[in-house]
Design a protein around this ligand. Sequence first.
Ligand code: AMP
Ligand code: GLY
Length: 419
Amino acid sequence: MKILVVGKGGREHALVRALVESPGAHEVFCFPGSAAIHELAKPVPADGLDSLIAWMSGNGIDLCVAGEESYLVTGEGLANRCAGAGIPCWGPPKESAQLEASKEFAKAFLVRHGIPTAKATACGGYAEAIDAIAGCYPTVLKFDGLAAGKGVAVCPDEASAREFLDEVFTQRRFGDGRLLVEDCLTGPEVSVFAAIVDDRYLVFTPARDYKRIGEGDTGPNTGGMGAVASRNLVSRETMDRITADIVAPTVAGLRSDGLPYRGFLYFGLMLTPDGPKVIEYNCRFGDPECQAVMPLVRGDLAGFCLAGANGELREDLIDFDNGWSVCVILASAGYPESSRSGDRISGIENNALARVYHAGTRIGADGSWETHGGRVLAVVAGGSDLATAVTAAHAAADRIHFDGMQRRRDIGILHFTNS
Ligand code: AMP
Ligand code: GLY
């Protein structure tokens, strides 16, 4: 089978590797990929959606896998264009990807289908937002559009709310758009992934993401500084409740709203004292959760995605390991405010303890790996219990060095020893 993966980050490196390792002789291509992904998947000579679709049509691609969300909502949408060209695509069409691209759209969907979520008011301007907050702090402010993970602020007081509102409505930091004022929920977060094929679904291994840059969950939000995944991350009872109250009604809601869906859907959840509630949908796998989950997936992921893209949910093709997986991110100096490139990386090779996925690396002039962006590497190790996986992942991360490296040493420890 000829498979093309769209994206360039650590998530796509993990997806490409899982597809390459699927049984059967698959030829994997990528767009745009990265130097590390190009070691496993051939880069495609395209410079946008038009040339990508033309190349896939001309080269007999059997399956397009959408890794990154941006392509799903760019132009007419990657999946829509694939459909037009008769190429099976694992990833939803643009109209359904609004669940991620517009927080107002997602909130209206959740409310319409009675799916538990925080109460929210959509606002078009600064004064309207201040009225909606009505002096209730903490409050959560969410820019309506895609904002590369920077569009949400949890504001403890009026000063921080005014600062964020100023960025959104005065400076237009994220461009034009509305804003949601949302009730602040409390509780542990969990990322749940479902593979959805029309009216059917399969829930993958859940994960927990560590969003803040600093140990003890301090400092600014990032794309994710680490993740833990396991079937045993949440109790069977909670998982059953998430499936019944959240996943199943979401799939039914997509059907009744006439929103086609074949691909991964990510449910960002908070386990509140009143039960699990949705804080966001993403129309793709999580990053870095994907890097933690993929090593736990057994069987034929390539065949599963192809069957799914063609409308068949083949649960029999994959299975999930019962163990634990821990992913430690190594980020560059200055992240998340800025990112430094060009620092030489040592210790990646022969790291037998773990899988090392590349998120932001390139090959330097001397032929060795160097940093190229914010999050640089994801170091992932597993074990039959959490402690084994934590020890292995951190020991493997200890072997890797580059100047200015930022890493959290409490990944897999915080939220597991305190709760
Ligand atoms: P999002 O981009 O929607 O995932 O939001 C980023 C982060 O903001 C989440 O991972 C949560 O930690 C936090 N957050 C979002 N919505 C809420 C909420 N309603 N209450 C409390 N925290 C939230
Ligand atoms: N780890 C959070 C995300 O992928 O959005």
